[in-house]
Design a protein around this ligand. Sequence first.
Ligand SMILES: C[S@@+](CC[C@H](N)C(=O)[O-])C[C@H]1O[C@@H](n2cnc3c(N)ncnc32)[C@H](O)[C@@H]1O
Length: 267
Amino acid sequence: MAAAMEGGRRVAWDPDQYHRYGDHRLRPALELFARVDHPSPKQVHDLGCGGGEIARLMAERWPEASVVGSDYSNAMLEKASAVPSRVDWQQLDVRAWAPSEPLDVIYSNAMLQWVDGHSEIFPKLMRSLAPRGLLAVQMPLSWGEPSHRLMRETLEEGGFGSSELRRTVARKWVAEAHEYYDLLRPLAASLDIWETRYHQVLTGEDPVLEWVKGTGLRPVLEGLAQDELSRFLDIYRARLAEAYPKRPGGETLYPFPRLFIVARARG
Ligand SMILES: C[S@@+](CC[C@H](N)C(=O)[O-])C[C@H]1O[C@@H](n2cnc3c(N)ncnc32)[C@H](O)[C@@H]1O
């Protein structure tokens, strides 16, 4: 199974840059949340909760449930906890995490692509569920899109950064849908996997660059020295502008595929 992107490295998150395209990023999170079909969960957890939007919705949707929103980024947790709610915010790294009691819902939107070792972590999450509990995951499939391919090519061709950085960025973060199916099917009572390709309408200058600065480009932003970074960005920006030309009205279309998985534990 393909490894996820980050391996052992931690990426520093910038909540403001990430939430610049908040509506586009929230839509798949809501669409996944709408597929979480559990009548009365008691213990629910939003893993890698970021700004906490879905964890807060969990607390409203299931008033009886104990709701945890966790993330390893203190900056994200600060943003999440700045909005009043009854969510229990916890700082943790999912790689070292195991819940103290079985959970009815484990929800994770746009986080697991940052974590290596899916063949261990997905079964671990399934085994953390209570009977009939649900695991709901969404991960971007943007690795093969021009935005990410050009990022890798620009790094490689320009010899930018260390070979470790280039290897980190080159690793495929999300495996094929059938690999998750084969991995989870023996552990699941039911399994629903689907993909959606969003044709996102972005506005402003260099919007695809601004988008990836909030997520996939973060290891590069951190890994290159200032002068190298500005040379890299000049080339990458021009390539993105060519790959994602402005439409006649001035907007930019950024097609973005995502993989959704909802697995129910056996009773
Ligand atoms: C792309 S953001 C998604 C945030 C939120 N789920 C959303 O949909 O807006 C990825 C989040 O995963 C968190 N994250 C990445 N790796 C993690 C890990 N190993 N353990 C816990 N959180 C992690 C990051 O700190 C970041 O907040």
